[in-house]
Design a protein around this ligand. Structure first.
Ligand code: GDP
Length: 298
């Protein structure tokens, strides 16, 4: 399985970093706890989550006999405890419809692909979906989203390249309302290098949406590339400031040893994690299962 395959890399890294602890049963002491904490940091869980897990292990088990397997299980339990509160699928509940899902993230993070995957998940749950190509800055983005829309037989509203994203979104919401779509998923530009411009653009989209439905956007989902490791965290910081973020989807967890960054993000921001991307095909968006992820990381 792809999910396990990707996290196995994270897990292998954790094993490697934990190698000092392997072999036999011993009493859990400070040296072992140091090794665990270091291994967690090296696995991209970040210093805060690592320190928290160490403290919990110490509280509960200091001086007790433990073998490597027991230690892994204890660490997995602590990771799961951090992840469980943030596991929250994206649900279509908006009334009146449509539920407007704004998708943000830097270019290359997997935003377009994730929008398609998400649309497909909604379709599988029998919701009708519409797409809005709000990244008018990149002709390629409009084209790529259109290809997905065709493949999935989903209506798409797009403007001209260089057009006003807010007007595309305005048209899309009107049309989605007219035909009774359950969900409208909006692609947006990901040009973080021009933060002020992006902020203005997203603010205008929000303003326009808010005029049509004060509740919209119902979700602002930030797509993050797990292969960026700790840099993903600074993207959360920036996008929180630029756009407000209501939840996360982390992509490319199939090919990286940096899956631990999910735990760092959960620990630091507590934002809902809606799903994870584990490949390039349409079925490769998985529900976020905290216990499974915790078990494969440790
Ligand atoms: P955007 O620029 O943010 O819209 O990114 P795209 O959706 O175009 O994705 C960039 C690249 O990442 C493409 O080659 C995608 O196929 C790939 N990609 C997206 N999500 C995943 C994922 O979960 N796993 C893998 N391995 N590749 C992904």
């Amino acid at each position: 399985d792809r999910l396990l395959g990707g996290f196995r890399k994270t897990s292998d890294k954790f094993s490697e970093n934990l190698s000092g602890v392997s072999g036999g049963t011993s009493k859990l002491d400070d040296a072992t706890l140091d090794d665990v904490e270091d291994a967690l940091i090296l696995s991209d869980l970040g210093p805060t989550a690592a320190a928290r897990i160490r403290a919990r292990l110490s509280e509960q088990r200091f001086g007790r006999d433990i073998d490597e397997q027991g230690l892994r299980e204890a660490v997995a339990e602590e990771i799961a405890a951090i992840l469980r509160p943030v596991a929250k699928p994206l649900e279509v509940t908006a009334f009146p419809r449509p539920q407007v899902v704004l998708v943000i993230g830097v270019n290359g993070s997997g935003k377009t692909t994730t929008i398609a995957k998400l649309a497909h998940l909604f379709q599988e749950d029998d919701y009708s979906v519409m797409l809005a190509a709000g990244d008018t800055f990149r002709a390629a983005a409009i084209g790529q989203l259109s290809v997905w829309a065709d493949r999935l037989s989903i209506p798409i509203v797009k403007g001209a390249e260089g057009g006003d994203p807010a007007s595309v979104v305005f048209d899309a919401v009107r049309k989605a309302t007219e035909i009774g779509s359950d969900a409208l998923i909006v692609d947006t530009a990901g040009r973080l290098q021009n933060k002020t411009e992006l902020m203005d653009e997203l603010a205008k989209i929000r303003r326009v949406l808010g005029r049509i439905n004060p509740e919209a956007p119902h979700d602002v989902v930030l797509v993050l590339d797990a292969t960026n490791g700790q840099n993903a965290l600074s993207q959360i910081e920036t996008f929180k400031e630029v756009a407000g973020v209501t939840g996360l989807i982390m992509t490319k967890l199939d090919g990286t040893a940096r899956g631990g960054v999910l735990v760092a993000a959960a620990e630091k921001y507590g934002l809902p994690i809606h799903a994870i991307g584990v490949g390039e095909t349409i079925d490769d968006l998985r529900p976020f299962d905290p216990d499974l992820v915790a078990r494969v990381i440790a």
